[in-house]
Structure formats: structure tokens, C-alpha cells
Design a protein around this ligand. Structure first.
Ligand code: ATP
Length: 238
């Protein structure tokens, strides 16, 4: 298996606040890896540092073997690292089709937009039905589908997914996890950060627990879901 993403001793600060303190992780091709942790643990900070939104203070970060410490967000997107941000990042006052077109323009395919959008619509038939609707009028679950569609249209090598269940009802959250499970099963490489530890551990192959900017545990996700410390800290009673 080849390593798609790797960080070594990554540090990220907001001025004097040390938000990430020595993060070392790896994601192999075809793996779904989850980073779980409580509010404020540093999950979003890690996503932003990896996707070129926040500067990395020190440490190494490599995507497909290339140093990405100083790479800009659009460069990373063009090279196949697609970030689905917390809060989805869809353009509320634009139609579903326009949202997908703007995303596609980041990394246009030679066969054209119509071919590319059909690939997204095959996976999300509901988006096809709502092609002409404003993104802001979609349900929360549909907006998350659109956010995932905006990444898929760029043929990701790695999907970075930030809190996909945030703000969704349990039913919509379940639907979004089902979509991510389908992507996982199709061989997509996924790095996910998520507060819903139970859902994240049942989706992922491997996981890391992030607490106050550092990893406190890591391993096979199925084993971690049985780990007494993880159960006590994050999973509560069954
Ligand atoms: P949440 O799920 O609440 O978004 P998180 O795990 O994603 O939590 P981060 O948002 O990455 O956590 O925040 C990590 C730490 O960095 C927190 O202590 C937070 O208060 C701090 N922090 C985040 N953004 C900033 C900022 N722009 N300026 C200063 N401190 C920040």
C-alpha cells in the first residue's frame, strides 16, 4: 500500500495558542481514517493546516510524497486533495448546478462539465432532481451531498471531510455516513474528522483520538470502539 498523506510532528499555533502539538499521522491509499475528539480538540485546525488554509509552524506534511507545508489550498485541490469544510462551504445563493460548475472549474476535465456532473448525479440522484434549485433551499442532508459532490467532481485522490454530521438531524447524519461508507467501499481514500465518535469509528478502518492538540490513542477503529478508555471518554453507555 502506498502512503497518500503523512505528517510528522506537526505544530500549528494561533499566535500564542498552540492548537496542534506534534501530530504524526498517515493515511494509506484506499484507507478511511478518522480523527475523533471533543469540541476544541483541534480537529478543524488540523484539516485547515493540511488543506493549505492555515500555516504550519513546524513539522513535515507530505501528500503523495510532495512537501505540502507551504502549498496553497487551490494548488492542493488541483493536485487531488479535496477538502469538504465544516459547514459544507456550498454557495447558498447559487443553484446546485452552478455550485458544481464552480467546483469543476478548479480542475476541469477534458470531456467537459456535462459529463462530470452526470457522474455526481449518478451517485446523488436527488441533486439531479434539484439541479436548478438554490443550494440554500436544500435540506441539510442534501447540502452535505452537494458539498461531497463538489469534491467528487474534481476526482479526488484524497478526501478531507470535516465534521460531516454537524448540524444534521440523526436521520440525515445517518444518510451522510451511508454515502461516506459507499465511497470507502469504492476504494476512495478518506481522512475524516468527527465529533460523533461512534459513527466515525464504525466508518473508519483506523482512527486517532485527538485531545487538546495531541493524539492520545490510535489504532484499528473496530478495536478502539471496544477500548475501555475510548468507551469511557467518548462512547458513554451502550
Ligand atoms: P470544534 O468541533 O468545536 O470545531 P475542533 O476540534 O475542530 O473543535 P478547533 O476549532 O481546531 O477544534 O480549535 C482548536 C483550538 O484552537 C481551540 O482551543 C480553539 O479555541 C482554538 N482556535 C481555533 N480557531 C482559533 C482562532 N482563529 N484563533 C485563536 N484560537 C483558535
Amino acid at each position: 500500500m502506498s502512503i497518500v498523506l503523512e505528517t510528522t510532528e506537526l505544530h500549528v499555533s494561533y499566535g500564542p495558542i498552540r492548537a496542534l502539538r506534534g501530530i504524526s499521522l498517515s493515511v494509506e491509499q484506499g484507507e478511511t481514517v478518522a480523527i475523533v475528539g471533543a469540541n476544541g480538540a483541534g480537529k478543524t485546525t488540523l484539516m485547515h493546516a493540511l488543506s493549505g488554509v492555515l500555516p504550519i509552524a513546524s513539522g513535515a506534511a507530505r501528500f503523495l510524497g510532495h512537501d505540502i507545508r507551504t502549498a496553497a489550498a487551490h494548488t492542493l485541490a488541483r493536485s487531488g486533495m479535496l477538502h469538504i469544510p465544516e459547514g459544507r462551504g456550498t454557495l447558498q445563493n447559487m443553484r446546485v448546478e452552478e455550485n458544481l460548475r464552480l467546483a469543476w472549474e478548479i480542475r476541469p476535465t477534458q470531456t467537459g462539465f456535462e459529463d462530470a456532473i452526470q457522474v455526481v448525479f449518478e451517485r446523488f440522484p436527488r441533486l439531479a432532481e434539484r439541479r436548478e434549485q438554490l443550494a440554500g433551499n436544500l435540506s441539510g442532508g442534501e447540502q452535505q451531498m452537494l458539498a461531497i459532490g463538489r469534491a467528487l467532481i474534481n476526482r479526488p485522490t484524497l478526501l478531507l471531510v470535516d465534521e460531516p454530521s454537524m448540524g444534521l438531524s440523526p436521520l440525515f447524519a445517518q444518510e451522510v455516513f451511508q454515502v461516506l461508507a459507499e465511497l470507502r467501499d469504492s476504494g476512495m481514500t478518506i481522512l475524516l474528522v468527527e465529533q460523533n465518535v461512534r459513527s466515525a469509528l464504525s466508518l473508519a478502518h483506523r482512527a486517532y483520538v485527538l485531545s487538546h492538540g495531541a493524539f492520545t490513542a490510535s489504532g484499528e477503529a473496530a478495536a478502539m470502539a471496544e477500548d475501555p478508555a475510548v468507551v469511557a471518554g467518548y462512547l458513554g453507555h451502550r
